[in-house]
Design a protein around this ligand. Structure first.
Ligand SMILES: Nc1ncnc2c1ncn2[C@@H]1O[C@H](COP(=O)(O)OP(=O)(O)OP(=O)(O)O)[C@@H](O)[C@H]1O
Length: 832
């Protein structure tokens, strides 16, 4: 037994050594410094290779009399010779880069994703070496084995023997083009462009040949025996030219009408143009010079040299082709308005000091013994026990002996807690998906999970979530993340002081670390007036508010009601846009908009996600009740597809606050420690949240599973640094403006008073008469205003006799047909 635990200890020490962050850091630093040394040695090799290659390598290290010229000494010369001469030639210069990146990765700095960058660099080295080996061979022994090194020369020779020199060349070109297409942005465009250019050149040659043929045709004369002296220019240039008796070469007519001419439209040289004047192709050729621009273009060239018309015609066709190819690639970039925007660096976050060892072996063994003893007292036999150490709790997974009833263990929760003398013991019986029972026991020295460690985690950095919420670490020390777009709303509850505000800050910070201001807007509601104030600094980057609102953070209940109703209006108009675009959700809509398949002239625009964060929801419900609940329920039910997501936090998760309607629409819920089992049931539909240990210990329910997570800790100064960093950068001219919402009380019964016309009345009237279409939703969309205001304007327009009365689902009839009559009516109304 004693020897076993000793060997166990040794193994632990060994694995502990490799898990030690300091070891990683030092190794990383070594790799970085070695990479610098290697770079110097490689650069030096370019100048000193001749002298350094003149001796036998075996003797160099042992013989002190031998000296080398390389700046890196004998070792430098050795490595440089190995990498350049015996390896990849010039391509070897990327090796120190890979080494350096690896070093930075070990030091937990990630300027680029290591795996991707090193893969790209390695392929670059191999391709460069191969290409140089293929092009220059051994280059008379330059750098030892030529520019591509021994690898390049050997591989090129082998490929030459395999597929011949020409085949190898084509293969290398294909490999390089494929590689560049997938690693750089513009290669595809340039390749496309190149192919287009070659195609055009070939066409030009064809035309030139045709010109020669036509010259010959002209010289030969027409069938009347007269020379064909009428140039094509005259024919095309002058529609007034008498068209009878003019003959033209078939090719010219075909070329000018290349887009629309069908075979049947080709006129043979023998046919008279006059006979074909009704033919669409010919008419086009005749009309074209009437176009002002075309006239100018063509005239210039015609005057100089009549023989080059075809070229001019060809040119127009060419330009079209290139433009089409280009517009396919030319995606709209929503981030361009703030193209210089920089996401906050991780250095703004703090590395919280943690105890050296969160759970000692003694603690583990003692807890295990106590669990076994307690269960034995109740005659429960255990087969096996396994511990998983989390940041704040340790999970003891026990396999009970056959025949033991699970409910028996579950009932012993309090007894086990008593015998372990620890609060917050939670029993999971059975652990879903496993045939075991879990007992979670809080650690004596809980670890603080820093936001820094979460943001730096590969899982967060490489996440492709649309709205990633990095929440903390699970019991098995994995970074825990949710995609808010999939939730699609989140309910957070927890008694006071248990970590709710920190949790909300962690969510906001993770979104700020991932998103660009053009992609995401927050609506922040903070009745407590102190929790979210720091975010007002990022008003012009990330916040959304009502147009007439001064404060970017909403603290007043009436304003909250207006904002939520305004969000409902925003939701309605977004649905209209989705319908117009024939797409089902915001993601498809934005993809279509970005690829320029939706025109901004039709009211389309890039739609940012809107995340509404409401702290102290209970407070709002107590003061405004249904006025708050109704729009929240509407948004919760419908807003998923159009990118509006709610995060609602409450201290009191009672049933009068988290009502059935709200609960039904918030499948994703987070519970920090709550004060009673009933509260836990209200929020999670099961007990457990009352047994958490506080300080960010939480249970996350995503519908089916409940996962225990230690929330990441982010302190106020860290949030301040992040918001300062973003706030000090150039932002938009104002916050994102939500549709205006004035409240229902401003609607004055059925009587419409035209002396109190809306500010947009006249503009709306003009738009309606111009489009001859009168609908509330059009006004809403054109002026980005709420439904109520648009409805009011329509009522006023009806009272003024500009649109007809309401006709159910049909648009209203527009009674004024021209703008002059409209201006007349508007003048009359103003003079009243
Ligand atoms: N994830 C965490 N890790 C470590 N400590 C935490 C964590 N979350 C919260 N704490 C500690 O708990 C304290 C209270 O947290 P917080 O302010 O978030 O509570 P709260 O639930 O918002 O309270 P209230 O509802 O009264 O505002 C913090 O000051 C911090 O010391």
């Amino acid at each position: 037994m004693g020897t076993k635990s000793k060997s166990q200890e040794q193994t632990e020490n060994r694995t502990g050594f490799f898990h030690d962050e300091r070891v990683w850091f030092i190794s990383g630093m070594f790799a970085c410094l070695f990479s610098i040394y290697l770079s110097l040695a490689l650069i030096s090799f370019i100048f000193t290779w001749q002298t350094d290659q003149s001796f036998e390598w075996q003797n160099v290290f042992s013989a002190s009399s031998v000296s080398v010229d390389n700046w890196g000494g004998k070792i430098g010369a050795f490595f440089a010779n190995m990498l350049i001469s015996d390896g990849f030639g010039i391509g070897a210069f990327v090796i120190p880069l890979i080494l350096g990146l690896g070093g930075l990765r070990l030091m937990k700095l990630r300027p680029y994703p290591f795996r991707k960058a090193s893969r790209t660099l390695l392929i670059t080295a191999i391709l460069t070496s191969l290409t140089l080996g293929y092009l220059f061979g051994s280059a008379q022994g330059l750098f030892g084995n030529g520019l591509g090194g021994a690898h390049g020369v050997f591989m090129a020779q082998w490929m030459n023997s395999l597929m011949g020199k020409f085949g190898t060349g084509l293969f290398l070109f294909f490999a390089a083009a494929t590689f560049l297409t997938f690693t750089t942005k513009n290669t595809f465009h340039w390749l496309n462009f190149g192919v287009g250019a070659v195609h055009t050149m070939l066409k030009k040659d064809e035309t030139a040949t045709k010109t020669a043929e036509e010259a010959e045709w002209e010289a030969n004369g027409n069938e009347d025996g007269k020379p064909n002296t009428i140039s094509k220019i005259q024919e095309i240039e002058t529609p007034t030219t008498p068209k009878t008796n003019i003959k033209r070469p078939a090719e010219v007519i075909f070329e000018t009408n290349i887009d629309k001419t069908e075979k049947s439209n080709i006129i043979s040289p023998d046919e008279e143009v006059g006979n074909n004047i009704t033919d669409a192709s010919v008419i086009e050729a005749a009309i074209m010079p009437n176009d002002h621009q075309a006239d100018e273009n063509t005239n210039d060239e015609f005057v100089d040299n009549s023989g080059e018309i075809q070229l001019t015609v060809e040119k127009i066709a060419e330009e079209d082709q290139v433009e089409i190819a280009h517009s396919d690639q030319d995606f709209y970039d929503p981030t361009l308005d703030l193209s210089g925007y920089q996401r906050p660096p991780v250095e703004l976050l703090e590395e919280w000091k943690n105890p050296e060892l969160t759970v000692s072996n003694d603690e583990l063994i003692s807890n295990k013994n106590k669990i076994v003893e307690t269960l034995a007292n109740y005659k429960i036999q255990i087969d096996k026990i396994k511990a998983t150490i989390g940041p704040t709790v340790t999970l003891y997974e026990i396999v009970p002996a056959p025949g033991v009833r699970i409910s028996k263990i579950k009932n012993l929760e309090d007894d086990i807690a008593l015998s372990l003398a620890a609060l917050g013991i939670r029993i999971i019986a059975p652990i879903p998906g496993k045939g075991t029972i879990g007992i979670e026991v809080p650690n004596l020295n809980p670890e603080v999970v820093s936001m820094l460690s979460i943001i730096k985690s590969a899982k967060f950095q490489e996440s492709k979530y649309d709205l990633p919420l990095a929440l903390g670490k699970t019991i098995s020390n994995e970074t825990f993340m949710l995609d808010l777009t999939k939730m699609p709303h989140l309910l957070v509850a927890g008694a006071t002081g248990q970590g709710k505000s920190v949790g909300l800050n962690a969510m906001l910070a993770s979104l700020l670390y991932k998103k660009h201001p053009s992609q995401l807007k927050f609506v922040l509601v903070d009745p407590k007036k102190v929790e979210l104030t720091l975010y007002s600094k990022i008003e012009r980057h990330f916040l959304a508010k009502l147009p007439d609102s001064e404060e970017p953070i909403i603290t007043d209940t009436q304003k909250v009601i207006y904002t939520l109703n305004s969000l409902c209006n925003e939701m309605d108009s977004r649905y209209d846009l989705l319908k117009l675009a024939h797409v089902r959700n915001i993601k498809e809509y934005n993809e279509k908009f970005v690829s320029r398949r939706l025109s901004p002239t039709k009211g389309h625009k890039f739609l940012p996600y809107i995340v509404v964060v409401i702290d102290e929801f209970a407070d709002l419900i107590m003061t405004a009740g249904r006025e708050i609940e109704t729009p929240i329920a509407r948004i919760a039910q419908l807003a998923r597809a159009i990118g509006i997501h709610l995060i609602i936090a409450t201290q009191r998760p009672t049933t009068n606050i988290i009502t059935g309607v709200i609960k039904a629409n918030f499948p994703a819920r987070i519970a920090f420690r709550v004060s009673s089992m009933i509260d836990s049931r209200t929020i999670l539909d099961c007990p457990g949240a009352n047994q958490l240990i506080g300080r960010g210990d939480m249970l996350v329910s995503t519908g089916n599973d409940i996962i225990r997570v230690q929330c990441a800790f982010v302190d106020t100064p860290e949030i301040e640094r992040i918001t300062d960093f973003i706030g000090n950068q150039r932002g938009y001219s104002s916050a994102f403006l939500l549709p205006e919402y004035k409240g229902d009380e401003t609607i004055e019964g059925n009587e419409v008073d035209l002396s109190k016309k809306d500010d947009l009345f006249e503009e709306a009237a003009r738009v309606i008469v111009m489009n001859q279409q009168g609908s509330t939703s059009m006004i809403q969309r054109k002026f980005s205003i709420g439904y109520n205001r648009a409805g009011r304007i329509i009522d006023q327009l009806e009272a003024a006799g500009i649109v007809g009365s309401f006709e159910g689902s049909k648009a209203r009839q527009v009674l004024i047909t021209d703008e002059i009559s409209l201006e007349h009516i508007l003048n009359n109304l103003n003079n009243k």
